[in-house]
Design a protein around this ligand. Structure first.
Ligand code: 5GP
Ligand code: ZN
Length: 141
């Protein structure tokens, strides 16, 4: 994808601070970090969203996230991290090349958990939950 910023980083056309690289995955520091050590983990191939990566690529991305998260925490002495994908425009994804954020968290950083992104929780009946459970299962068949 010629006009994709992250593909240009993979191709070396835009510089980045690379913290990990293999044949499938690249991890680099976010240029506009939410916290010291904020790292992005991406598939090298252009896949826009979670669910669009072949399973071997998705597995490699998550393996890198699993490996890098404690390294990022140790590097900046963070007791925790928020690890997340903004997946799709509706969820705030600005760069349309799938990327996992590893954001170091500190006791007094003023940040909140992912739950705080949302307002009132929907009041779903048991029947509605049954329907959702069945619908997700059916979509995977
Ligand atoms: P999104 O909102 O799509 O989940 O997050 C995109 C992230 O990419 C943002 O945190 C932003 O700071 C980061 N970003 C955007 N352009 C560049 C860039 O050219 N280099 C690097 N290293 N990060 C970038
Ligand atoms: Zn791309």
């Amino acid at each position: 994808m010629d006009d994709c910023i992250f593909c240009q980083i993979v191709d070396g056309e835009i510089p980045s601070r690379t913290v990990y690289e293999d044949d499938t995955v690249l991890a680099f520091l976010d240029a506009n970090p939410l916290a010291r050590g904020h790292t992005l983990v991406i598939p090298k191939a252009h896949h826009e969203r979670v669910g669009e990566m072949p399973s071997d690529v998705a597995a490699a991305v998550f393996a890198a996230v699993n490996d890098l998260t404690p390294a990022v925490e140790a590097a900046v002495d963070a007791p925790g991290t928020t690890v997340a994908f903004n997946n799709g425009e509706a969820a705030g994804q600005e760069v349309p090349h799938a990327h996992c954020h590893i954001v170091p968290r500190f006791e007094s950083d003023g940040g909140r958990p992912i739950h705080s992104l949302f307002g009132d929780r929907p009041d779903l009946s048991d029947a509605e939950l049954d329907d959702v459970e069945a619908a997700i299962e059916a979509e995977r068949d």
